[in-house]
Design a binder for this molecule. Structure first.
Ligand code: CO
Length: 212
């Protein structure tokens, strides 16, 4: 614990700075949260979600895991999504991948890295489904970047295929799911323009409801 004393020092200074900006910040936050967005991003240490969006504590509901995945049977992902859309009433879910993602790189290799390979299986599934378009890309680096984008888009679809999201749309509540990619080398976000906001945009096989 003593060896981590500097982190407690940092924390004390951070809290003081925040109070200087707004003396009521922590007492207000203690009353509850009303974030407008759910962020699903990679665990990578170089992507502090609130910071790159210029948001304050209380403004972003965050879920991060290796390679920003949303496997349709993952109880953690499903619980976060349900809580965000049904209890916090967020209207925007953002899946954010990033170039240089170690998880995506690992999933492209014919090598094992341990238990994580089973988690990254989802990316191999994306690779397999998108093989044709990926094979048209000559450079290995370009192929890697494209798989980062495609992985992000497929997680957007996975979210929209849940009964959770489809039930929100059935209630006529607003909900959009966005796919973005962050570039660590520039600090900038890129919109993949794959936003899904209604059941009409979901393929027939993945519709669990009939909406009029
Ligand atoms: Co990553």
């Amino acid at each position: 614990m003593k060896s981590l004393q500097h982190l407690f020092e940092n924390n004390r200074k951070w809290a003081q700075e925040k109070l200087k900006g707004n003396p009521k910040i922590f007492s207000d936050l203690a009353k509850g949260q009303q974030p407008k967005y759910l962020w699903i991003g990679c665990s990578d240490s170089r992507i502090p979600a609130e910071e790159i969006l210029g948001l304050n504590p209380g403004e972003l509901f965050v879920h991060r895991n290796i390679a920003n995945l949303f496997p349709h049977t993952d109880l953690n992902c499903l619980s976060v999504l349900e809580y965000a859309v049904n209890f916090l009433n967020v209207e925007h879910v953002i899946v954010c991948g990033h170039y240089g993602c170690g998880g995506v790189a690992a999933a492209m290799k014919k090598a094992q890295h341990g238990l994580v390979d089973n988690w990254l299986r989802t990316i191999r599934d994306v690779h397999s489904r998108e093989r044709e378009s990926l094979n048209q890309i000559a450079g290995q680096e370009e192929k890697y970047e494209r798989l980062v984008e495609l992985n992000t888009m497929h997680q957007v679809l996975n979210i929209c295929h849940t009964t959770i999201v489809q039930n929100v749309w059935a209630k006529k509540k607003k909900l959009s799911v966005h796919g973005w990619v962050y570039d660590i080398s520039t600090g900038l976000l890129k919109d993949l323009n794959c936003c899904i906001s209604s059941l009409d945009q979901v393929d027939d096989t993945h519709k669990s409801l009939k909406l009029h």
